[in-house]
Design a protein around this ligand. Structure first.
Ligand code: AMP
Length: 591
């Protein structure tokens, strides 16, 4: 009973802290900048910008340039090669965090200090409180949380670099929470072989099916991969449960050891039950059936992750899909204070105590009627963002990032107390372009959302997509890759050329005016839609993982730049379709 009261207190305190943070957002941001300047103004990087020695907000705003990773990289490289981290920031460095680099950019090394880690940890604690409070009963049940590790690398100076989760999973706080609240033993998360890790994590989740109240991962791409893995391995998982013997290809000593404490004997009843569920013709609602006490799925499913929403809604069978937070290797940004909002309506409330935020206004045209223009203006503070306006977020941290462009475009959707709330719009610079038009990640996502509606009555699901600008012939064209499957099975749908061509048309119709004008004028060729077989996007993910990306942080690239990645999807192609020009032109003249 005492435990329950304690937990209630923690939750009440957490909510009070959130109120304080959001009510005092402006003052806390000012204090944050003052603190960063107080500690770091004397570093080699910053001191150049304060020749008078007066490191105040005004001089910061006037003199310190807004930069990208490329500008900071020479300093990071010097630290990685042995110079002291105090050339960039005052506090000691703990290690580097390796960002994913899959959503459009390169992999980056971001320094982390004890304090920036504490701030991140605190952010996660608040996220947890908000989400669990919404689903009452934080103390009951466990989470099947799918986390994965990557090997650590060492820089020439001996500083460790790893993805955030790999770093975090080695901390005491992570390990003690995991043991209390999650089904996966730590050894299965630390296992560097992702396949063995996934198998064991799903197996422990199934063995504890009556305790699981939450299914989670950081990004939705992991859950999409897990459902595919379940489809491929449920028979073997059942066999392990039925016999009580772990598959002999699980050779990782940590996994074997941990599993020996959980898979302690045959359980044919459970195996029969799982088999019966998985043998169902349709996998609609399979997550709810496998884990009957589940209350919600928690995973970031906004931005490029929104392509997995329909898949997770289908497998979830009505379980709420919660997109809990907006975070990056550079800083923690915001929390979703309304966990029950529909994935496409999610906004994140910025918390003012993790970093100093500025916002570069981004001009986006209304409704795609004119060519996209993006004029960069002076950045504004958190206190001065305007409702309905688009911004690119810029951060200044205690750990060496100063006026650093994160590369994400956000839209202000409201305020919670004095803190702005943002919808994630897109990664900046992820664009398809053949001529003067620019089609952004958001444009593409909206166009595909429109087009896929016509597949639904036929029971066809779009489970993943990507694209590239094909300029190998003149004029060039947009190429889309779609992975399709039937709702009831993994069979490839019968592809009716007429329907698929209509999809191409709807995508083109949904693009902006400039695209349509250029297409009509013949400067852009008909859009091409390549359908790829089930599992192809898993192969794409494997490819990026082999190049150093971590599963946990993987973001499917909406727009492919790598020739090898394009080759992988091309080799999985099972059908291709072009937008019929006549249909397109009639649609254009009607519009
Ligand atoms: P990483 O570079 O691997 O640290 O990933 C950080 C990036 O992931 C961010 O800059 C965003 O582009 C993306 N991201 C993180 N959280 C969200 C979110 N809630 N919605 C959409 N994209 C997100």
């Amino acid at each position: 009973m005492a435990g329950e009261i304690e937990i209630k207190e923690i939750y009440e305190n957490g909510m009070k802290i959130l109120e304080d943070l959001t009510n005092n957002a402006h003052e806390l941001q000012e204090q944050m900048l003052e603190e960063i300047l107080r500690r770091n103004a004397g570093t080699e990087y910053l001191s150049r910008f304060f020749p008078s020695g007066q490191a105040d907000k005004l001089n910061f705003k006037t003199n310190v340039p807004i930069v990208t990773y490329e500008d900071t990289k020479p300093y990071i490289d010097r630290i990685a090669n042995g110079e002291t981290s105090s050339i960039l920031f005052a506090d000691p460095i703990i290690q580097f965090i390796r960002s994913s680099g899959t959503s459009g950019g390169q992999q980056k090394l971001i320094p982390i200090t004890a304090e920036s880690f504490e701030k991140g940890k605190y952010h996660l604690f608040l996220v947890d409180i908000v989400t669990k409070k919404c689903f009452s009963g934080p103390d009951e049940g466990k989470s099947l949380s799918l986390y994965f590790s990557k090997p650590e690398i060492e820089t020439p100076s001996g500083i460790v670099a790893s993805p955030y989760l790999t770093f975090y999973s080695k901390t005491d706080i992570f390990q003690s929470n995991l043991a209390k609240f999650c089904t996966s033993p730590i050894e299965t998360i630390l296992c560097l072989d992702n396949k063995q890790s996934m198998f064991c994590q799903l197996l422990t989740g199934l063995l504890q099916r009556d305790e699981v109240v939450q299914l989670s991962s950081i990004f939705a791409s992991v859950l999409a991969r897990a459902t595919k893995f379940l489809e491929d391995y449920w028979r073997e998982l059942c066999c392990n449960i039925r016999t009580g013997y772990l598959s002999d290809w699980i050779i990782d000593p940590g996994c074997k050891n941990a599993m020996s404490l959980i898979l302690t004997g045959p359980n044919p009843e459970l195996a029969d039950l799982i088999q019966q569920i998985c043998e169902d013709k349709s996998w609609e609602g399979v997550i709810k059936k496998l884990w009957p006490k589940i209350k919600y799925i928690s995973s970031i499913c906004t931005g490029s992750m929104s392509q997995y929403i329909s898949l997770l809604e289908f497998y979830g069978g009505g379980i709420p899909l919660v997109s809990p937070s907006y975070v990056s290797s550079e800083a923690c940004f915001g929390i979703n204070l309304q966990p029950l909002s529909k994935p496409f309506d999610v906004s994140y409330t910025f918390l003012p105590n993790t970093a100093y935020f500025e916002f570069l206004p981004v001009n986006k045209d209304g409704g795609g009627k004119a060519q996209e223009t993006r004029t960069m203006d002076k950045p504004v503070d958190l206190a001065n963002v305007k409702l309905g306006q688009y911004y690119e977020v810029v951060v200044t941290t205690l750990a060496g990032l100063y006026r650093y462009r994160v590369g994400d475009v956000l839209k202000v959707t409201g305020f919670y107390n004095k803190s702005p709330q943002f919808q994630f719009v897109e990664r900046q610079n992820v664009v398809l372009s053949i001529d003067t038009e620019k089609t952004t990640e958001e444009d593409l996502s909206k166009a595909i959302t429109n087009a896929k509606l016509i597949l639904e009555p036929f029971g066809i699901m779009l489970t993943a997509y990507s694209s590239y600008s094909d300029t190998s012939s003149i004029p060039g064209r947009y190429v889309l890759f779609w992975e399709l499957k039937m709702k009831g099975s993994n069979d490839l749908p019968k592809l009716d050329a007429k329907i698929m061509e209509e999809c191409c048309c709807i995508v083109e119709e949904s693009f902006g005016f400039t695209y349509k004008a250029l297409r009509k004028g013949g400067a852009i060729s008909a859009l091409e839609l390549r359908v790829v077989k089930h599992g192809s996007f898993d192969e794409l993910m494997d490819f990026y993982i082999s190049k150093g990306a971590s599963i946990t942080q993987y973001k499917p690239p909406c727009c492919l730049k790598s020739e090898d990645a394009i080759k992988i999807l091309n080799s999985a192609m099972v059908g291709k379709f072009f937008s019929p020009k006549t249909m397109f032109l009639s649609a254009l003249s009607e519009g």
